[in-house]
Design a protein around this ligand. Sequence first.
Ligand code: SF4
Length: 360
Amino acid sequence: MISTTLLDWYDANARPMPWRVPPGQSRAGIKPDPYHIWLSEVMLQQTTVAAVVNYFTTFRARWPNVHALANAADTDVMGEWAGLGYYARAQNLLKCARIISTEHDGHFPSTEADLIRLPGIGPYTAAAISAIAFDQPSTVLDANVERVISRLYATTEPLPESKPTLRGLAANLTPTHRPGDYAQAIMDLGATICGQKPSCKICPLATDCEGLKQGISDELPNKRPKPAKPVRYGIVYFAYREDGAILLETRPAKGLLGGMMALPTTDWTETEAIEMPPINANWQALATPVKHTFTHFHLVLTVLTTTVVDVSPTRGWFKIPDATTPGKLPTVMRKAYLAAMRNRGWTAHLNHGQVPNVTE
Ligand code: SF4
């Protein structure tokens, strides 16, 4: 049976993760902490395990339970999230923590139906939390699982149209025995052996795999070509005050990089950006723009810099210590900051590519 084969493989090959209860302990009845599973799953949306591990460890150390996170200041949470991207997730994380803390006495619900009502929890995350944290036979279907299932059953219908078919096939495979470990097993297989280039020779499911039998496993899953991403343009302003401070602003709560600290910037549009400098000064453009890709568009940012002595506004200036802690700016702003700093020849402040902490 495929689920039994996968569980046997997982027992010997599970990847260690700081939020995961290893299969040996799981079989002995040790349960994961739902707070850890929820936190990791929200962080893992659109992000890899490798990128998440350090963030998860930091959050767990600083806010060891959902009540602690619920009582955290928004700016502290947004600051620790900086660099992980998709910043609406951090806002929803806080909203969800506060609901769980105040309305559920700190206990996460165990069913997909109840989980999906919470902020920031969609169908995949609800299924993953329900399966991993509560050992429910929920069907998890992320990109890794879609890849495994489409190859296992040689499903040639392209994504995303094939999702309902894949979901049905994945549901049929989900066992009632150890469903939480099974969910992690199939995701691990898709993240390792059945990756973009499948390693079928060492795959525990090779004898069951229709895609391998038909010689088409490398080509699956078929995907409908995505439309090309548009390019947007903007201007970002790096104002340096001679006492060692830069001008930052908090982004509006709604929209891209919502609630994050950022350099002042114009709107990002598909035509040439219109200058909107935050202060009157002698602005100079860097020769090379900063480029960054978001989910739905490429961004080209012209970086304007200036040095001032003492200007209005009096608020919004943040000192740059030569710190060794990770930066508090979102990645695109970190790129602009680094470009401006390098342009000044201040590479000693750059801390191996990280933005130094900024403090008021
Ligand atoms: S045999 Fe190959 S294609 Fe099939 S599930 Fe295993 S790694 Fe994936």
